[in-house]
Design a protein around this ligand. Structure first.
Ligand code: HEM
Length: 179
């Protein structure tokens, strides 16, 4: 997992819960990196999972809810860092349908070692989209937060339902309806 995901995560934790919480979750985790991240480095996903698990235990917020809020913050980071990628879209459904064969393709050119999910489009209409998310990281709520922000970016909203295909969340169906 790319370092930017860690550095932005810890910045947000500091913002919302204070520096003591950052220290606490780093100390409670068993991290090869010792909790020292640079935005261009690459670190094990298991480190992110431990940080999330300890933050969840200390705040009583579920990991899914933490990932949802974190993704909403991360969208702004992506928007500021890669303005050109978003500029080519005029519509949220078009943009979300292009993650797999455009957006993440470009991401992989920037970060060849990025660990990205796959999105398979099952059905696409003008105002709706059904996609299958697959990833060993089960970060579907991170995807949900990015999708919510994508609609907001285009001054729009959507109703998005997640149906689990695999119980562990490594495969889910996103049913997206523009409001
Ligand atoms: C992960 C870039 C848009 C879904 C990531 C990562 C980067 C990235 C850098 C981390 C990879 C790693 O740590 O190895 C971008 C950029 C975008 C964009 C630059 C737009 C400008 C989106 C959108 C979605 C999405 C709109 C909507 C669903 C995800 C998910 C992950 C991810 C779910 C987590 C990894 C996983 O589930 O396996 N993306 N992304 N991305 N991205 Fe994107």
């Amino acid at each position: 997992m790319k370092g930017i995901v860690f550095t932005e995560f810890l910045d947000l934790v500091e913002d919302k819960f204070g520096l003591e919480m950052v220290d606490k979750i780093i100390n409670e985790s068993n991290l090869e990196s010792e909790g020292i991240y640079t935005s261009v480095g690459t670190y094990k996903f298991s480190e992110m999972l431990q940080l999330l698990q300890h933050l969840s235990a200390n705040t009583n917020i579920t990991i899914d809810d933490l990932l949802l809020v974190y993704a909403e913050h991360f969208f702004n980071v992506l928007k500021d860092s890669y303005p050109g990628l978003l500029a080519s879209y005029k519509d949220p459904i078009e943009m979300l349908a292009s993650i797999e064969n455009h957006i993440h393709v470009e991401v992989r050119k920037i970060y060849p070692d990025a660990e990205l999910p796959t999105f398979e489009i099952l059905e696409k209409e003008e105002h709706s989209l059904i996609m299958i998310y697959k990833s060993s990281r089960a970060m579907h709520h991170f995807g949900l937060g990015l999708m919510n922000k994508t609609f907001e970016h285009f001054n729009s909203t959507a109703t998005i339902v997640i149906e689990k295909i695999k119980e562990d969340g490594t495969e889910v169906k996103f049913i997206i309806n523009k409001n």
